[in-house]
Design a protein around this ligand. Sequence first.
Ligand SMILES: CCCO[C@@H]1O[C@H](CO)[C@@H](O[C@@H]2O[C@H](CO)[C@H](O)[C@H](OCc3cn(Cc4cccc(C#CCN)c4)nn3)[C@H]2O)[C@H](O)[C@H]1NC(C)=O
Length: 133
Amino acid sequence: CRLVATHLNVQAGECIKVKGKILPEAKGFAVNVGKDRSNLVLHFNPRFDSHGDVNVIVCNSMEDGMWGTEERETDFPFQQGDKTEICISFDTADLMVKLAGDKEIAFPNRLGLQNIEYLSVEGDFAIRAIKFS
Ligand SMILES: CCCO[C@@H]1O[C@H](CO)[C@@H](O[C@@H]2O[C@H](CO)[C@H](O)[C@H](OCc3cn(Cc4cccc(C#CCN)c4)nn3)[C@H]2O)[C@H](O)[C@H]1NC(C)=O
């Protein structure tokens, strides 16, 4: 794990911004937000080449350590070696992930979380900055 932040108390409508650089030979990375490591309202996992997926964003939730149903996005705005920025915000219904090129991905707030306490970043990603706004 590259970073874990807890006790964040991010409210609906606020943004979590993760800025960094994707490693040149990246296979994949993940940004996780939720209540804690076993209760993720969003596991956001761009895969360059992993688990048999090539250039696919896999999104999922985790409840009490159990994965939910995956949602996959093949419109893939990431390049190995590039700098990128991911902004996650949410309301009671959905999470919104703003990506480069004005791309946005929505994912249902399956856990119905009122606030986000936990953030982790994993995999082939060099973090430059984490901002809350
Ligand atoms: C076709 C029948 C079988 O279906 C497959 O079944 C697999 C197991 O369930 C799923 O895979 C799981 O999918 C889950 C989301 O749903 C999760 O991503 C989970 O990974 C957790 C996890 C996180 N981390 C940390 C980390 C993160 C990113 C980079 C690195 C790195 C590095 C240095 N290069 C490390 N390590 N493991 C993954 O294993 C597949 O998608 C799924 N495929 C399909 C098509 O359905």
